[in-house]
Structures are given as structure tokens and as C-alpha cells.
Write a protein of this length. Structure first.
Length: 286
């Protein structure tokens, strides 16, 4: 099990300082959130990249359908090179307008189906864009004309920067997308239920069933030998090691490979104090 910390604030200078603090106290990953009309996460992570040496850096998470894939490719490649290959891209559909109107200030939500199409096509293009080689693409939403000059450098990590994808268990189409990439960011909606914030009802037992399905699907796709992460987000106090381990261990037993520490309920004025204290206490140990 590896351990990451999600900074839920929006101060880029503090985020860079916290990334170095996380590395100094044994955390394996540091993540920032990506919004619309918000602090630029990739500029922040670029600064964190040159202040750290080993910790993984990424977003939690990037609403890929809201982004132009060639611009996202350039940002992620730049941070990957500055960090010498430590970037993770967490990819999702983005929150619907009906759930969070604040994320739709400048355009209307085209709907889940179109956002899913945009996600699939963007992920396909990103893998080509990260190679820094000539290519052509003609899709439903994007096109790319072959270019032979002024090509950007390739990302350090090949064949692609690791991509963790949100998947709704047990929705087959959503989970099949996950199985093609490098990690699962779980969401849960049993048949007949709507997707709800926090995935109510998602337990380690449910996670274990999903992990086994992913394992079989990746075997079918010929991907069984490639690394794959299962990511679980949650909160521990950092005060009692046994209590923290009791929270994390069931998820590890279910197949989770990353625990992402986050408390989104901390008020804005208390985030810095909380983040410093939790990072300095170090990650849970199981």
C-alpha cells in the first residue's frame, strides 16, 4: 500500500511547501484538485516538481472532457519532465451541472453521454500526444493534422503517463474503460441507484468484488502483466497508529494499492493547520 495526500485548499505557494513536507514525512504522493476558474493545478505541480525528488504528483481529479487534450498533454508532459517521471493523471467525466452549477459558469453541460465520448477520445489522443511524434487523428469531437516539425518532447513515462480513471461499479461500460488504463478511482451505484457523492454503500467487500472483475477483464485484454492501481480515498486522524491501520487495512485486503488521505470538510481557514499536522504525523501504516 502506498499513501498520498490531497491538498484541498487553493493557495499555490502553500501547496508547493506542503508537497515537500509530504515527501519529508514519508508520503508517496501529493495531489491537488482541479477546478474551473481556479488555481492552475499543473502550474502548482510544476513548482512542486522542482522542490521534490521522489514523491508522485497529480490531480484529484482532472475533468478531462472540459480540457483540450493537446493543451492537457503539454501541461502533463512538462510536469512529467520537470519531475523526471513522477506524474499521475487522474481522469474523470467531470461533475454534472445538475450537481454543481459552479463548475458550469462558462458553458452548458452537454450531458453524461457526450462527456463520456469526450473522455474516451481525449484519453486516446493523450497517449499519442505524449510520444512527441507525428500522428493523425480524425474522431467525432477532435481532429489532428500530421505535423513533422516543432514537435514537443515526449513525456518521460512511456508508453504513457499513468492514468487513473473514475469507474462506476458495476456499470460495465464505465468499468471496461477503467480496465484499459492504469488505475481505478472508485465510484459506486448499484443497479437502479443514482450516482451519489461519496458513493454510499461502497464497502471493502464491494471493492473486492470489483477488483476481481477488473483482474479478469485485464486478463481478457492481455494486460494482466502491467501495473494497475486501485485507489481508495478516506480520512485518518494521524494520532493513533492502530486506529489508523484499522481504517486502512480492510481496503488493502480488498485490493487497494493506494490510500489517499483527504478531509474535504475542513473549512478553508483551517486547511493549512490541518494539512501541516496530518502530513507531519506521517501516513498510516498497516
Amino acid at each position: 500500500m502506498r499513501y498520498g495526500f490531497i491538498y484541498t485548499g487553493d493557495d499555490p505557494e502553500l501547496a508547493v511547501e506542503l508537497a515537500a513536507l509530504a515527501e519529508a514525512h514519508g508520503w508517496h504522493g501529493f495531489f491537488v484538485w482541479e477546478g474551473i476558474w481556479a488555481t492552475d493545478p499543473w502550474a502548482t505541480l510544476a513548482a512542486a516538481a522542482v522542490k521534490t525528488d521522489a514523491i508522485r504528483l497529480g490531480t484529484m481529479l482532472t475533468p478531462v472532457p472540459r480540457r483540450r487534450p493537446w493543451e492537457l498533454a503539454g501541461q502533463t508532459m512538462t510536469v512529467d519532465r520537470l519531475s523526471k517521471g513522477r506524474v499521475i493523471l487522474s481522469a474523470g467525466l467531470g461533475v454534472p451541472e445538475s450537481v454543481e452549477p459552479r463548475f458550469w459558469l462558462f458553458e452548458s453541460d452537454p450531458g453524461r453521454r457526450e462527456r463520456a465520448e469526450l473522455l474516451d477520445e481525449s484519453l486516446e489522443m493523450l497517449e499519442l500526444l505524449w510520444r512527441g511524434e507525428p500522428f493523425e487523428h480524425a474522431g467525432r469531437h477532435y481532429r489532428a493534422t500530421r505535423a513533422e516539425s516543432m514537435l514537443p518532447p515526449a513525456a518521460v513515462q512511456q508508453p504513457r503517463i499513468p492514468v487513473w480513471v473514475v469507474g462506476v461499479w458495476p456499470a460495465p461500460k464505465s468499468m471496461r474503460r477503467v480496465a484499459h488504463y492504469d488505475g481505478w478511482l472508485p465510484n459506486f451505484a448499484p443497479p437502479g441507484a443514482a450516482i451519489a457523492p461519496g458513493s454510499p454503500g461502497f464497502t471493502p467487500e464491494v471493492a473486492g468484488e470489483a477488483v476481481e472483475w477488473i483482474r479478469r477483464e485485464r486478463e481478457r485484454l492481455g494486460l494482466a502483466g502491467r501495473p494497475f492501481d486501485v485507489v481508495q480515498e478516506g480520512s485518518t486522524a494521524g494520532i493513533d497508529a492502530d486506529a489508523d491501520a484499522a481504517v486502512v487495512r480492510p481496503w488493502a485486503d480488498a485490493g487497494a494499492t493506494w490510500w489517499l488521505e483527504a478531509d474535504w470538510n475542513v473549512p478553508a481557514e483551517g486547511i493549512e493547520e490541518y494539512a501541516r499536522a496530518r502530513l507531519e504525523a506521517g501516513p498510516p501504516q498497516i
